[in-house]
Design a protein around this ligand. Structure first.
Ligand code: BG6
Ligand code: MG
Length: 213
């Protein structure tokens, strides 16, 4: 029997590889405004909401931008991102994702999703997995993006559970911080040298073993 009552998953980069689509869309924008951009800097953007990510990129650009320009840039990035996700299908689930969700429910635990993306429901529907979550918290429900703990705390409240009953699963530095500051145990998906605050790190959900945490 598990010591947890629920597992709360991040979406982008954990369940499906939309983290790469976000990367491509931000990279094009960064190139257009003359901001340096690479995979290492991109780690700081993962899990951070759209306007927050834009601010981090524009801080590296050679000039300042008006609020109007910022909104137009964020809009252009989102249109590009939406083009990239438009052709997604259930085949775009990352290896191990469905098995991990099944294993959690088979063990009698609840499933939650915590994504700061305004496109989360679109992605869930394209993947055909909306019904597999007992609760979904997205950008519309929260005021503070990751790394603030609000999104994971809200998921716990919606599941009727205490934070310590929940395990969080994240690929982002900001996301792991959100889980830890919510008082939950964190499973990082990625590299241990990047996800230094995670309690456990696995390379992908294929290696997710509830009994190990
Ligand atoms: C997060 C991603 O899930 O959602 C970030 O990790 C992204 O990279 C954020 O910026 C916001 O997404 P959207 O779809 O609202 O622009
Ligand atoms: Mg993520």
């Amino acid at each position: 029997m598990s010591k947890y009552k629920a597992v709360i998953f991040d979406l982008d980069g954990v369940i499906t590889d939309t983290a790469h689509y976000h990367y491509l869309a931000w990279k094009r924008l960064a190139d257009a405004v003359g901001a340096s951009f690479d995979e290492e800097f991109n780690e700081q953007l993962k899990g951070v909401d759209r306007m927050g990510s834009l601010e981090l990129i524009l801080a590296r650009a050679p000039r300042g931008f008006s609020e109007e320009e910022k909104l137009a840039l964020a809009d252009a990035k989102n249109r590009h991102y939406q083009e990239l996700i438009a052709t997604m299908t259930p085949g775009d689930l990352l290896p191990g994702a469905l098995d991990a969700l099944d294993a959690v429910r088979a063990a009698g635990l609840k499933t939650g999703l915590a994504s700061v993306s305004k496109n989360a429901f679109t992605v869930l529907d394209r993947l055909g997995i909306r019904e597999r979550f007992d609760t979904v918290v997205d950008a519309a429900t929260i005021r503070n993006s990751k790394p603030h703990p609000e999104i994971f705390l809200t998921a716990a409240v919606q599941l009727g559970l205490e934070p310590q009953d929940c395990l969080g699963v994240e690929d982002a530095v900001a996301g792991v911080a959100s889980i830890k500051d919510a008082g939950m145990v964190a499973v990082g998906v990625g590299r241990p040298e990047v996800l230094t605050r995670a309690d456990h790190v696995i390379p992908s959900l294929s290696a997710f073993r509830l009994e190990d945490y």
